[in-house]
Design a protein around this ligand. Structure first.
Ligand code: PEP
Length: 243
């Protein structure tokens, strides 16, 4: 049985001291569940705190972004090798905030996935449509392009995770309907099966919280969540994880 993945994206929130306090409070109550994984994406600066606090824990963690070279003159960037050295196992790629605020392209996501897989880390490729793309009925075409271009350098024999995050549902409190989510997840599932002959875990992200998580978890082809705001509070994360 594949495990349901509960992943938290902290974005630019929490200092390393706050991260430490969060982990202490989380670990006091957290009990592992056989059918679930827990994964957190803190700021780069909190990764060493995670490494010490989670040394004996099943909780995994990763970077919110990385560069596609492993070293060199790339001021301000962080490499997959640096992430691995602090115990990271995963890295987000192509989050909508990276795409819209920092100009990340599908080609960038492809190169990052390749570099992460070569380093032994699991990329989590985020895809999703904007509100106007949904209104114009181009949702599936936009996602297909993000997948074809973003996965063009991927090694499908290595771990890889996808996250469907409608841009209009991220941080807005607007949640996609179960039918919206089922349609897109089914499309991604079938696309990957037909084109790459593989079934990849597909997370849903967009205003998931402790109140709506059970209903969303029941949607077909939803294999986990990518959670922003609601992952910042240990109690709500514990509820979503199911602990
Ligand atoms: C996200 O940052 O990936 C996200 C889904 O945020 P939120 O849960 O706050 O909508």
């Amino acid at each position: 049985m594949k495990k349901f993945i509960v992943a938290g994206n902290w974005k630019m929130n929490k200092t390393s001291q706050e991260a430490d306090a969060f982990l202490k409070s989380l670990l006091e109550k957290l009990k592992p569940k056989a059918a679930r994984e827990l994964l957190l994406f803190p700021s780069f600066l909190s990764l060493p705190t995670f490494q010490s606090a989670l040394a004996k824990s099943f909780v995994q963690y990763g970077g919110q972004n990385c560069y596609f070279a492993n070293m060199g003159a790339f001021t301000g960037e962080v490499s997959p090798t640096m992430l691995k050295a602090v115990g990271a196992t995963h890295c987000l790629v192509g989050h909508s905030e990276r795409r819209t605020l920092f100009g990340e392209t599908n080609l960038d996501t492809a190169k990052k996935i390749q570099a992460l897989q070569e380093t032994g880390l699991t990329p989590v490729l985020c895809v999703g449509e904007t509100e106007s793309e949904r209104t114009n009925n181009t949702t599936l075409a936009v996602i297909e392009k993000q997948l074809i271009e973003g996965l063009s350098q991927s090694d499908f024999s290595k771990p890889l995770i996808l996250a469907y995050e409608p841009v209009w549902a991220i941080g807005t409190g607007k949640v996609a309907t179960a039918e919206n989510i089922r349609e897109v997840h089914a499309f991604i599932h079938q696309f990957c099966e037909q084109k790459y002959k593989i079934q990849l875990p597909i997370l849903y992200g967009g205003s998931v919280n402790a109140k709506n998580c059970r209903e969303l978890e029941a949607v077909e082809y939803v294999n986990g969540f990518l959670i922003g705001g609601a992952s910042l509070d240990p109690e709500s994360l514990l509820t979503i994880y199911g602990g």
